[in-house]
Write a protein that binds this ligand. Structure first.
Ligand code: TRP
Length: 455
C-alpha cells in the first residue's frame, strides 16, 4: 500500500487551482458547450446551465474536494476510509474509476481531431474558401480510422508522459504552463471576435433567454453538462483534492475553479458565435460547429490561418490538461488500492484507454461488424454513445452518490470540521449542506425521471 507521503502533494494552492481548473476547462467548454447551447436555442439554456453550476455543481465540487482532502485517497479508497471497506458506497468510487476510462477513451479521439486541425491549419488548408470544403475535410478525417488512431495514440502518449512525472512535477507544472498560454490564446481570439459585425447578435443569442427551443432533453443536457464541465461525479476532484494538505482552503478554491470554468465557457461562446453569425452560419450545427463551421470562417478571414492555428492549439491544450485529470483518477486507483508504482499504473491504464478508444476512433468507418459503426446502437456513433452514457447517466449518478454520502452518511461533526478547516468562508456551511442535502438529490433525480419519461 502506498503511504500518504509517497502519493505526492501540490506545490502551492495556485498550482492546485490551475490544475483543477485545467481539469475543468476542456473540450467541454470550448467544443461542446457552444454547440449544445446553439442546439438548445442559446440564452435560456445558458441560464439553466449557470443555475446548475451554482446550485448543484459547486456544492458537489466542494464535497468532492473535501472528501479527497480529508481521506488523502482517490475515490475507491476514500469511500473505504470514510465508511466500511465492504459497503455499497465504495461502488460510487468504482463507478468513478469506470467513468474515467469511458470518458477519456472518446475524449482523446476528439482531442486528436483538434491536433489534426493544428496540423491542417499550419499546412494552410484553411486559407482558401471553397463551398463545402470544410465539411469534406472533416468528413475525410472522420472516415479515416488510421488518422484518428494516430492522433488518439499520440494525444494519449503526451498525457501519459505528463502524468507519469507525478502530481507536482507533471500535472501541476504543465498546468502552470499550459493554462496561462491557453487563456492568452483565447483572449486573442476574443479580441478578434469583438471586431466582427456578428458580435452583437452573438451576445444576444448567448444572453437573452427565450424559452422557444427548450426541451426536456435540453434540461437534462444542461445538468449533465454542468457535471461534465466541472469534472464532477467521478472523483476527479476527490483525487485532486487528495493531494491537498489539510490547511489548504478547499472552499475558496472551489469557487475560483467554477468561476474560471464558467468564464471560459462563456468566452468560448463569445468567440465562436460572432464568427458563426458574421459568416452567416447556423449556431445549431452540432458537434461539427468548431470543426466544420469555424474553419469556413477562418478561410474567409484575413489572418484566418494563423487564428485557426491558435484556436486549435488552445483547444488541444485545454483538452490535454483535462485528460491529465482523467488519467490521474484511473492511475491513482492502482497506486492507492493496488500499491502499484506510478509508472506501471500510468502505462497500464493509459494502454487500456488507448484500446478502449479504438471504436471511437473508428466511429466513421462503415462495414465494421457488418453495419456502419456510426450507426452502432440507437443511432449514435460510439463516441456519441460513450459521451451520452457518461455525461447524462454515469456522472449525475456518481454526483448523486457523492452528495448523498457527504450530506447524509458522514457525521455532522466530521463534516463541519472538514468544511471549516483552512478556510475563512466557514459560514457558507449552512447554505452548502442544505443544497447538498435537498436540492442536489432532488434536481438529479428529477432530471433522471424526466429522461426516462416518468416525470
Ligand atoms: N471537464 C472537462 C471538460 O470540460 C472534462 C473532464 C476532465 C471531466 N476530467 C473530468 C469530465 C472528470 C468529467 C469528470 O472538457
Amino acid at each position: 500500500m502506498a503511504t500518504p507521503q509517497d502519493r505526492g502533494h501540490w506545490g502551492s494552492r495556485l498550482g492546485f487551482i490551475l490544475a483543477a481548473a485545467g481539469s475543468a476547462i476542456g473540450l467541454g467548454n470550448i467544443w461542446k458547450f457552444p454547440y449544445i447551447a446553439g442546439e438548445n436555442g442559446g440564452g435560456i439554456f445558458v441560464f439553466i446551465y449557470l443555475t446548475c453550476i451554482a446550485l448543484v455543481g459547486l456544492p458537489i465540487m466542494i464535497a468532492e474536494i473535501l472528501i479527497g482532502r480529508s481521506t488523502q485517497k482517490s475515490p475507491v479508497g476514500a469511500f473505504k476510509t470514510l465508511y466500511k471497506p465492504d459497503s455499497p458506497w465504495v461502488g460510487v468510487g468504482w463507478l468513478g474509476v469506470a467513468s474515467a476510462f469511458v470518458i477519456l477513451s472518446f475524449y482523446s479521439v476528439v482531442a486528436g481531431w483538434s491536433m489534426h486541425y493544428v496540423y491542417l491549419s499550419l499546412k494552410g488548408v484553411f486559407t482558401v474558401y471553397e463551398p463545402g470544403g470544410t465539411e469534406a475535410v472533416f468528413g475525410q478525417l472522420f472516415a479515416n480510422p488510421k488518422v484518428n488512431i494516430f492522433w488518439h495514440v499520440l494525444f494519449m502518449g503526451v498525457a501519459i508522459s505528463v502524468v507519469i512525472a507525478g502530481v507536482h512535477k507533471g500535472v501541476e507544472r504543465w498546468s502552470e504552463i499550459l493554462m496561462p498560454v491557453m487563456l492568452g490564446m483565447l483572449l486573442v481570439m476574443f479580441g478578434s471576435a469583438l471586431t466582427m459585425s456578428g458580435f452583437q447578435e452573438a451576445v444576444q443569442f448567448v444572453f437573452s433567454p427565450s424559452t422557444e427551443n427548450l426541451t426536456r432533453a435540453g434540461v437534462l443536457e444542461a445538468l449533465g453538462h454542468s457535471f461534465f464541465t466541472l469534472s464532477l461525479g467521478m472523483g476527479a476532484m476527490i483525487t485532486y483534492g487528495s493531494y491537498l494538505r489539510s490547511k489548504d482552503d478547499a472552499i475558496k478554491s472551489s469557487f475560483l475553479i467554477a468561476l474560471f470554468d464558467t468564464g471560459v465557457a462563456l468566452l468560448a461562446c463569445l468567440v465562436l458565435f460572432p464568427i458563426t453569425f458574421t459568416y452567416g452560419m447556423e449556431p445549431s450545427a452540432g458537434p461539427g460547429l468548431v470543426f466544420v463551421n469555424l474553419p469556413i470562417a477562418f478561410s474567409k478571414m484575413p489572418g484566418g490561418s494563423m487564428l485557426a492555428t491558435i484556436f486549435f492549439a488552445l483547444l488541444s491544450f485545454a483538452a490535454l490538461t483535462s485528460a491529465m485529470s482523467l488519467l490521474e483518477v484511473a492511475t491513482a486507483y492502482f497506486i492507492d488500492e493496488r500499491g502499484w508504482r506510478r509508472s506501471k499504473a500510468v502505462l497500464v491504464t493509459g494502454s487500456i484507454i488507448i484500446l478502449l478508444g479504438l471504436p471511437s476512433a473508428m466511429s466513421g468507418t462503415t462495414g465494421f461488424f457488418g453495419t456502419g459503426m456510426s450507426e452502432s446502437f440507437i443511432g449514435m456513433s460510439w463516441f456519441e454513445l460513450f459521451d451520452y452514457l457518461a455525461s447524462n447517466w454515469m456522472l449525475p449518478l456518481g454526483g448523486l452518490g457523492i452528495a448523498i454520502f457527504m450530506a447524509w452518511r458522514v457525521g455532522e461533526k466530521a463534516r463541519v470540521a472538514a468544511f471549516t478547516a483552512g478556510t475563512t468562508w466557514g459560514r457558507l456551511y449552512f447554505g452548502w449542506i442544505h443544497l447538498l442535502r435537498y436540492l442536489v438529490p432532488i434536481a438529479v433525480l428529477a432530471v433522471f425521471l424526466h429522461a426516462i419519461g416518468v416525470l
